[in-house]
Design a protein around this ligand. Structure first.
Ligand code: ADP
Length: 271
């Protein structure tokens, strides 16, 4: 990891994680490590007319509960395709993905959607908020389609809104919010269901430094305090610096792996 990135992380992002109330009034104890995402020999070939584009070529990866994994690589290296495969948003041409021991390939489309909505919170580079709904309604809709039986925990939403500094913005539609505010709403939307896994695709790609730091601090915090497993695609070394493990992709393959700088700096809150 680039030395400047580590320094910036230590100076600016890490301190934001040490202060303030817990994300919720409980810290989830770190459990004995166990695999929550398992990919074996994943291959995805896009067919465009006569052309076959191999976007992901035989990727195997294991992510343990509570890990924060960054996937980095140049544009076109297959990061987004791997993200879609791991999140069950697209089917593999070959190979398999298991989420918490459940093989996506054994599920019908409806079951796969249910598993995804229940277990995974997504954050996208372009925020993907529904434009005709207020920020609040975007969060409520995400919660209601997650299939949870218990009503939305308003105290938790309030707490997230304070931590993300969007409390006064919830009545606004996305077009009335800045990019940074939209992404912070999207983070609240992803976290409101307390998903076991958070998948973030270039979450800071469209943001200025201040908003990037806020988004990264929140992802890091929810990873540590809610015991979530987080997987983040980025080509920003400063963003990758918050991970505990970094996977480098090139030409559809994971070509290198290293420990993230955060793995030594930050102890889990519950430790
Ligand atoms: P990255 O996220 O690292 O930029 P992608 O996964 O988006 O990489 O793309 C990997 C390769 O697959 C690229 O060559 C890209 O052009 C190709 N690709 C991505 N999506 C499609 C698609 N829907 N149809 C055809 N080719 C695609």
């Amino acid at each position: 990891m680039h030395e400047r990135s580590i320094l910036r992380f230590q100076r600016y992002v890490a301190p934001r994680l040490q202060h303030g109330a817990a994300i919720y009034n409980q810290n989830v104890p770190q459990q004995a490590s166990s695999v929550i995402i398992l990919a074996e020999n994943l291959t995805k070939v896009y067919s465009t007319g006569k052309l076959q584009v191999p976007a992901v070529r035989g990727v195997s990866v294991k992510v343990e509960k509570g890990e924060f994994v960054a996937i980095v690589g140049p544009s076109g290296s297959g990061k987004s395709t791997l993200f879609y495969l791991l999140g069950g948003l697209t089917r593999a041409t070959e190979g398999r993905v298991e989420i918490d021991g459940i093989d996506f390939a054994t599920l019908s489309d409806a079951e796969r959607t249910r598993l995804r909505k229940h277990r995974i919170g997504f954050v996208f580079q372009r925020f993907n908020l529904l434009p005709t709904l207020s920020a609040m309604a975007n969060i409520e809709v995400a919660y209601s389609i997650s299939g949870r039986k218990e009503p939305l925990d308003m105290a938790y939403l309030d707490h997230l809104s304070v931590l993300l500094s969007i409390k006064g913005r919830l009545d606004h539609r996305p077009s009335e919010l800045s990019g940074g505010e939209q992404q912070r709403v999207a983070i609240a939307r992803a976290l409101i269901t307390r998903p076991a896994i958070v998948l973030a695709d270039e979450p800071t790609g469209n943001l200025d430094t201040k908003n990037s730091d806020a988004v990264l601090a929140m992802l890091m915090r929810s990873n540590r305090e809610l015991g979530q497993t987080t997987l983040m695609i980025t080509h920003n070394p400063e963003a990758a610096a918050i991970a505990t493990r970094i996977l480098y992709m090139r030409d559809g393959q994971i070509v290198r792996e290293e420990k993230g700088s955060a793995s030594g700096n930050l102890k889990p809150v519950s430790a």
